[in-house]
Design a protein around this ligand. Structure first.
Ligand SMILES: NC(=O)c1ccc[n+]([C@@H]2O[C@H](COP(=O)([O-])OP(=O)(O)OC[C@H]3O[C@@H](n4cnc5c(N)ncnc54)[C@H](OP(=O)(O)O)[C@@H]3O)[C@@H](O)[C@H]2O)c1
Length: 261
């Protein structure tokens, strides 16, 4: 594949860091963004000469604009922008505070909106580019009660990603908009969630039919494949597509099975 310049937010650990390593191995040039400078620079160092680190808090619009400016200054162009930064929560709906809802929306929805509003006008000028939003399977099926406002923010992200894609389709056929929905992934996501994440109670098992957790590298490979061959939506584990078909065929039955486990 031709070398691309790829911006990845949330690249200091987890899926973003794995994606950086995968794309570096494929020969792409990378602009890696996150808040923790040392961790981010360590990831950039493992990617060789072609990666730069830009310290940024993507809940601030000015920081997201600065990522674009630094990418253009260092590499002269951006081909792909990946909005990957995000954070979970462990609060049931009736426990949510205003501040927690605001935090979920800021880090999971508004951060990606800033990325879209910064990257896409640039792609429109060029007439090409790819915007990738890393959402969650919970944005499609909100089946984890403790993830409440996180699932809501990701559902909003799914929605806004689709509407952007439809908006661009007629006027800019060479701008691709891709929604990525991982299921459970073995990263520090659970520990980093607002409120941490409780251990599964004794006797409780993961919901029936829910695929086992993937590695960050497996998810990175699925995103890299969507960069090589752009598609509108990616379930990083094909079993998720079957679960979605089940869900929409019989929502009530699906919910009963979830609640009774
Ligand atoms: N792991 C899962 O089970 C799972 C499942 C479905 C979807 N996802 C989604 O996949 C994406 C990556 O998750 P992950 O599993 O890799 O989580 P992670 O291991 O907790 O990593 C999160 C990354 O996002 C960055 N980040 C968080 N807030 C940020 C902010 N305000 N500004 C800039 N960077 C920020 C963190 O870096 P700093 O702290 O250094 O800023 C870190 O690099 C998220 O959007 C998540 O919702 C994860």
């Amino acid at each position: 594949m031709a070398e691309k310049v790829v911006v990845i937010t949330g690249a200091s650990e987890g899926i973003g860091a794995a994606l950086a390593k995968t794309l570096a191995a494929e020969g792409h040039r990378l602009v890696l963004a996150a808040r923790r400078k040392e961790k981010l620079e360590a990831v950039a160092a493992t990617c060789g000469q072609k990666a730069i680190a830009v310290v940024a808090d993507v809940t601030r619009r000015a920081d997201v604009e600065a990522i674009r400016d630094e990418a253009l200054r260092r590499f002269g162009r951006i081909d792909v922008w990946v909005n990957n930064a995000g954070r979970g929560i462990s609060r049931k709906v009736l426990e949510l505070s205003d501040a927690e809802v605001d935090e979920m929306m800021a880090v999971n929805l508004k951060s990606a909106l800033y990325g879209m509003q910064v990257a896409v006008p640039y792609f429109q000028q060029r007439g090409e580019g790819q915007l990738i939003n890393v959402s969650s399977f919970l944005g499609r099926i909100p089946m984890a009660t403790i993830r409440s406002a996180y699932s809501a923010a990701k559902a909003a992200l799914n929605s806004i990603t689709t509407t952007l894609r439809l908006e661009l389709m007629a006027t800019h056929p060479n701008i691709h908009v891709t929604l990525v929905m991982p299921g459970m992934v073995r990263t520090a996501f659970a520990q980093n969630a607002l409120g941490g994440t409780p251990e599964l109670a004794p006797g409780r098992s993961p919901p029936p039919g829910v695929p086992a957790a993937q590695s960050a590298e497996e998810v990175a490979a699925a995103i890299a494949a969507a960069i090589a061959n752009p598609v509108p939506e990616v379930y990083t584990n094909p079993q998720q597509a079957r679960l979605v078909a089940d869900y929409f065929q019989d929502v009530a039955g699906f919910e009963r099975r979830m609640a009774s486990r």
